[in-house]
Ligand binder design. Sequence first.
Ligand SMILES: [Zn+2]
Length: 258
Amino acid sequence: MMGGHHAASGAAAWVAVASTAPHALGWYPVTPLGVVTGALLTAGAALLPDLDHHSGTIAHSLPPVTRILARITETVSGGHRRGTHSLLGLAVFVVLATALGTFTAEVPVFGSVAVGAGILSVLLMGFAFKALKIAGGPGRSWFLALVFSAFIAIYAPENNDWLPVAVGLGVGVHILGDLLTHQGVMVLWPIHIKRPRSLARFPVVNKLWRSSGCFSIPLIGAAGSWREWALMVPVTVYAIFGVTVAALTALTGWSPYA
Ligand SMILES: [Zn+2]
């Protein structure tokens, strides 16, 4: 799946789960401002798994930090679409986000500042701005990501679980998005179950269980296909609608449902 579509699916997932408006599920209710900031963070988190590719878009989002991180991630996770695209990778990202979420500092004037969340937010914002083509050059990316993350660090909610929720949701929808392409993902990595040769004559099995050992539900076929666009245009519209409504409510108190 394309980077921009991963980001849009992350934002849409956050709106669906965290907004209490009638167009959402409200399973993890947050304030309208939390819907807006969380949607941006989850959009960034929905790009995290692709940090396993040293020449990918995400690696170039906040140079040189993201390039170094991508090299390390690629090595540790066994290459592109392996460890970071698995259930184990999802668990590791959530644990890391939980750990970072506990780092806070008492700062005069501002009170308790969520330092860990702010640091992770710099990365995630950098990814989101790059994928959504908001950033322009690396200088502007760094500037926007730092300003936005300072805001997150200062005004983050007191409870610490929103960060792992956003990261888990983003990484989860990324894996799901790539699972829908015919290349598939190695969900059970590092367990690598090779498709038995005897099953190769069944075309359906071939499509769902690739010879590479990846699993796939190839509803969108190749990345960037018309089917991917057909699925992602409504998802993107939903994300934009949800974020816009939440932003208007946060700023003016207005709601289309009032
Ligand atoms: Zn991916």
